[in-house]
Design a protein around this ligand. Structure first.
Ligand SMILES: [Zn+2]
Length: 453
C-alpha cells in the first residue's frame, strides 16, 4: 500500500522528533506509573510530595504566587492546606496575565507554548515543559497497557484527530510507545470518492482507535453507507466530547470492541481515564482535583456535584494551581469505593459534562447554557446547536419527523422570551446534519461562542 501524504506532514514529523528525545524518560515514568497505580498509600504519598514541591516552586519562582510566600511554612506542614489558601484561577485570568503565571526562567529547549481555541470562544496560550509531556504520555501508556495483551508497546494505533492534512499517513512513534501510528483526517474521508482512506483503515488493522465520539460515528456512518468493512480493534479510546450512551453503544457494536473514555483538558492532559469497570479514575499521581461551589472557592460537601478544579503537579513552566475547568462533577475517594480493576485512585463522576456556564453578551448580560438547552429540548428536536457571534444568536434545529409548524413558531417565541432582556438578535433555523458547525478544534458542541455560519 502507498499512503498518500500531504505537505503538512512535515509539521507532525518535527513534533514527533521533539517527543522522541523524551523516550528514555517516558519509559522510566511508564514503569513507575505501572507499579504505583494499584498501591493507594504510594499514590497518596507521591501526590503530597509532588504538591509540596510544586507549591515551593510557585511561591518562589512565579511572579503571581510570590505574594503568597508566607504560606511556605504551611506547605512544610500540610501542602493540601496551603493549596486551599491560594485563589482559584480561570482561563480568562490566565489569558490576561500569562507572563505573571509563568516561571521567571523559561527554557527554549524544554518549554513550549501551546495555543488552543476551544469551545469557550477565549483564545488561549499557555506554556508546558518537557516533563509535563513525558508524564502525561507515560501515564496514558500505563493506562492503555492492560487493554491489550502483551503491553502497550509495538501496537498499531489509528488516530482520527488530525485535521491539519487531508488524507492518511503512517509513522512509528517513539512517544506513543514505539507504536505504528496511522493518522486519518475525516476531512479526507468525506472528499475521497474512491474510498481509499476507508480501505487504508481496514488494511491497517488497528489494535486501538483514538478519536472524539463524533469522529468514530462519522467513520462508522461513512463505511456503513458505502458498504465498506470496518476494522476490529481491541479497544476504542474516546475523548474531547461528552460521550452519550447512544454513541457508546453504536461505537461498541460497530467495532465489536469496548469504548474507554477519557476526560481531560489540553492545559493539564488527561484528568480521568475510564477503566474496564466503567469508572473514571482520577490521575491522582499527577493532579489534585477539588470540587468547589460553582460560584465561589469553597469545597462542596462530599458526594455533592460542584465545579471541577484541578492542580497540576508536574508543569513547572506554568503552574496550573486550582484551575477552574467550568465542568461539573463529583469525587469519591478511593478508600470509600474500591474498584474491581484494582486502581487505587479516586473516582470522578461527570454530572453535566463539558458545558459552559453562560452565554455572555457584550453588554454583560448572560443566559445559562443549560437553561437555553433545556428550552430547545422541550420541543421534538433530533439535534440542535446554539451559535453566538457577539449579540447575534442563531439556533440550528434538526426537527424530528413529528414536529409541526406550530412547534417551530412556539420554539421561536420561547427563545425570544428567553433572550429578551439581553438585547440579543435571535434567529431559529431549520437545519440538516451538514449545517451543524464544529469548533476550530473539530469538536461537536451544543453551544459555540465566537462562531457564525
Ligand atoms: Zn476501576
Amino acid at each position: 500500500m502507498t499512503p498518500y501524504i500531504s505537505a503538512e506532514e512535515e509539521t507532525s514529523r518535527a513534533e514527533e522528533r521533539r517527543l522522541s528525545s523524551l523516550l528514555p524518560r517516558i519509559f522510566d515514568l511508564f514503569d513507575l506509573y505501572r507499579r504505583v497505580g494499584t498501591d493507594a498509600q504510594a499514590v497518596q504519598a507521591m501526590r503530597t510530595e509532588r504538591l509540596a514541591r510544586m507549591l515551593r516552586h510557585a511561591l518562589s519562582e512565579v511572579p503571581f504566587y510570590r505574594r503568597f510566600a508566607d504560606l511556605a511554612t504551611t506547605v512544610d506542614d500540610d501542602p493540601h492546606l496551603a493549596l486551599r489558601a491560594l485563589p482559584t484561577r480561570t482561563k480568562r485570568e490566565l489569558a490576561a496575565g500569562l507572563r505573571s503565571h509563568c516561571a521567571d526562567k523559561l527554557s527554549k529547549e524544554t518549554d513550549f507554548a501551546v495555543r488552543t481555541s476551544g469551545t469557550t470562544g477565549i483564545p488561549f496560550r499557555f506554556v508546558i515543559d518537557a516533563e509535563h509531556l513525558a508524564h502525561t504520555i507515560a501515564q496514558g501508556l500505563a493506562h492503555q497497557e492492560p487493554a491489550v495483551r502483551g503491553g502497550a508497546f509495538h501496537l498499531r494505533k489509528l488516530e482520527l484527530y488530525d485535521r491539519r492534512h487531508d488524507g492518511w499517513f503512517e509513522y512509528t512513534s517513539a512517544a506513543k510507545g514505539l507504536a505504528r501510528v496511522a493518522s486519518l483526517s475525516l476531512r479526507g474521508l468525506a472528499s475521497d470518492r474512491e474510498h481509499r482512506a476507508a480501505g487504508f483503515v481496514w488494511r491497517f488493522a488497528p489494535d486501538m482507535i483514538f478519536c472524539h465520539p463524533s469522529q468514530a460515528c462519522e467513520l462508522i456512518g461513512h463505511c456503513t453507507e458505502h458498504g465498506l468493512p470496518l476494522p476490529a480493534p481491541s479497544v476504542v479510546y474516546t475523548s474531547g466530547e461528552q460521550l452519550d450512551a447512544r454513541d457508546r453503544a453504536r461505537i461498541e457494536s460497530a467495532f465489536g470492541a469496548p469504548v474507554r473514555d477519557t476526560y481531560g483538558m489540553r492545559e493539564v492532559g488527561a484528568i480521568a481515564h475510564e477503566c474496564p469497570s466503567g469508572r473514571y479514575h482520577v490521575m491522582d499521581e499527577r493532579l489534585c482535583v477539588e470540587i468547589l461551589d460553582p460560584g465561589g472557592d469553597e469545597p462542596v460537601p462530599d458526594g455533592t456535584a460542584g465545579e471541577i478544579v484541578v492542580t497540576h503537579l508536574i508543569n513547572r513552566a506554568m503552574p496550573f494551581l486550582r484551575y477552574r475547568t467550568g465542568d461539573l462533577g463529583m469525587i469519591t475517594a478511593a478508600d470509600r469505593l474500591p474498584c474491581d480493576c484494582g486502581r487505587a485512585s479516586s473516582t470522578l463522576t461527570l454530572t453535566e459534562g463539558r458545558k459552559n456556564w453562560a452565554i455572555t453578551f457584550p453588554g454583560g448580560e448572560s443566559v445559562s447554557v443549560l437553561t437555553a438547552s433545556r428550552a430547545v429540548r422541550g420541543f421534538p428536536v433530533e439535534r440542535f446547536q446554539i451559535l453566538q457571534q457577539a449579540a447575534d444568536i442563531e439556533v440550528l434545529v434538526k426537527w424530528l419527523p413529528e414536529a409541526t409548524g406550530a412547534d417551530t413558531a412556539a420554539l421561536r417565541s420561547s427563545l425570544t422570551e428567553l433572550f429578551g432582556d439581553t438585547g440579543a438578535r435571535v434567529r431559529c433555523t431549520t437545519a440538516a446534519d451538514q449545517d451543524f458547525v464544529r469548533s476550530p478544534s473539530g469538536k461537536q458542541s451544543e453551544f459555540l461562542a465566537g462562531v457564525s455560519r
